[in-house]
Write a protein that binds this ligand. Structure first.
Ligand SMILES: *Cc1c(COP(=O)(O)O)cnc(C)c1O
Length: 469
């Protein structure tokens, strides 16, 4: 009897080979692909509406449909021209790790089910803790991304610092913080009024003097300040808060200090990054996003908590049908540190490329991105009528066109047109943002595939676009 859901060994090899052929072609084609292409996206989406198929179709036809019909349009997030939002690119080694992990399909939520594989993921967490300078007591988890890491951080801080009735607790963030922190607070049960937004200074770093005044005022008003979130690389401009000073203030006032390093945290692997991020080791918890700073494909974030026991207290629950959990502190049951129970073996997506390429390859790649952002800033400075809004502290440079004699509003329009004119060329994809009423553009260099040649195209396109606006 034919069992279409259970391929034989030979059929499985054929499936993987067919997929690999398409994927290798796709990877080779990335430099030639448009950096983004959204014309006709809605028509495409509508044309793909379908009901559940009653009959199967040949694998090759299905693959062709996926690559030729469904894949085009949208942002070229895997390509070298993706300098928008926060790129990563996606390491092919991690993709293969995904295939391995999902084919093995072992269970890593509890230690007993796959002690060896769980240990590999625990090693990855340990490496991350060492990178940020966290002690042996630290524990952590791999999440689907930075948003879920920030969520677990807020919940952990809440459990550690507040009573069961926690609605008097207040959270402190800068006006540059990532909106996932607001969402985390909301999901953790806090009304948005409990999130105090502290203004940032002219370099987009949290005003620590204002932070302290707000904490003192809130306490006088009967609130319980319990959590401050520092940014280790903001999305708008890549600004890194003064982590050391915030840590000191947090300790003085008994607040939990969380650092959102989803974008910038992995730059600690480099000397310049370590310098920019000093004080990160003083945090109570840190979010890192391997799918950004380690270039792994989407779906891998992480949270590290200095007092591992606090992470466990916030995430432990019991079920009579569950196997016994480990008492030995060396053996970890990830389900007791995270909101998840059944989940994929995401550790392999990080472990495998580190094993195959070594940490030096990551350090070199991150140094390259730092260099490219600085190179871009130097080039931009030399263009008439361009103003650097934020020098690259890490790998983001923010800039805008200025024109004498135009109002702020008109200058904002010029910048919208500039962004469109650059992106219309489709060799790079940039995004803009607005801070304090000023619209500007940003270049974020973090894709594994972005190198000097693409940055030259980027600058060429900015120069020629400037002549059009
Ligand atoms: C990307 C990002 C997040 C959110 O992470 P996801 O992985 O997209 O969920 C949070 N904070 C910062 C600073 C980020 O750059």
């Amino acid at each position: 009897m034919r069992r279409p859901l259970e391929p034989t060994g030979d059929e499985f090899r054929a499936l993987v080979r067919a997929a690999a052929n398409h994927l290798a072609e796709y990877l080779d084609s990335l430099p030639e692909q448009p950096a983004h292409d959204s014309d006709g996206s809605a028509d495409l989406a509508r044309s793909l509406l379908e009901s559940v198929p009653e009959q199967g179709a040949p694998f090759e036809d299905v693959l062709k449909f996926l690559f030729d019909r469904a894949l085009p349009k949208g942002f070229g997030t895997a390509g070298p021209g993706y300098l928008a939002y926060i790129p990563g690119g996606g390491l092919p080694h991690s993709a293969v790790a995904g295939l391995l992990a999902e084919t093995l399909n072992r269970y890593v939520g509890v230690w007993l089910a796959a002690p060896g594989l769980v240990q590999l993921e625990a090693n990855v967490i340990r490496w991350f803790c060492d990178m940020v300078g966290f002690p042996e007591s630290a524990r952590g988890i791999l999440t689907t991304g930075g948003s879920l890491a920030n969520f677990s951080a807020v919940v952990t801080a809440r459990c550690d610092r507040l009573p069961a009735n926690f609605l008097g607790g207040t959270i402190y963030v800068s006006d540059q913080v990532h909106h996932s922190v607001d969402k985390a607070a909301m999901l953790a049960g806090f009304p948005m009024e409990n999130v105090r937004v502290i203004e940032s200074d002219e370099t987009f770093r949290m005003r620590v003097d204002v932070l302290e005044r707000q904490i003192v005022a809130d306490r006088a008003d009967g609130f319980t300040p319990f959590l401050v979130v520092g940014s280790a690389g903001t999305v708008n401009t890549g600004a890194v808060d003064d982590l050391g000073t915030i840590a000191k203030l947090a300790a003085e006032h008994g607040l939990w200090f969380h650092v959102d390093g989803a974008y910038g945290g992995f730059f600690v692997l480099t000397d310049r990054g370590k310098d920019a991020l000093k004080g990160i080791e003083l945090a109570d918890s840190v979010t890192l996003d391997p799918h950004k700073g380690l270039f792994v494909p989407y779906g891998t974030g992480s949270l590290l908590v200095k007092d591992g026991a606090a992470l466990a207290r916030a995430h432990t629950a019991h079920g009579a049908y569950m196997p016994a959990m480990q008492e030995d502190p060396d053996l970890v049951d990830f389900c007791q540190l995270s909101p998840e129970l059944s989940r994929g073996f995401r550790g392999l997506r990080v472990w495998l490329p580190f094993k195959v390429a070594g940490v030096g390859a990551f350090r070199d790649a991150l140094n390259e991105k730092l260099d490219l952002a600085r190179w871009a800033a130097d080039q931009l400075r030399a263009i008439d009528d361009i103003e650097i809004v934020a020098e690259p502290e890490l790998s983001i440079v923010a800039f805008r066109a200025i024109r004498t004699g135009l109002s702020d509003n008109e200058i904002n329009h010029v910048n919208h047109r500039l962004l469109d004119a650059v992106n219309r060329r489709q060799r790079v994809f940039l995004t803009g943002t607005t801070v304090r009423g000023r619209c500007f553009l940003r270049i974020c260099v973090l894709s594994i595939r972005t190198h000097q040649d693409r940055m030259e195209m980027c600058l060429e396109d900015i120069r020629s676009a400037m002549r059009e606006v």
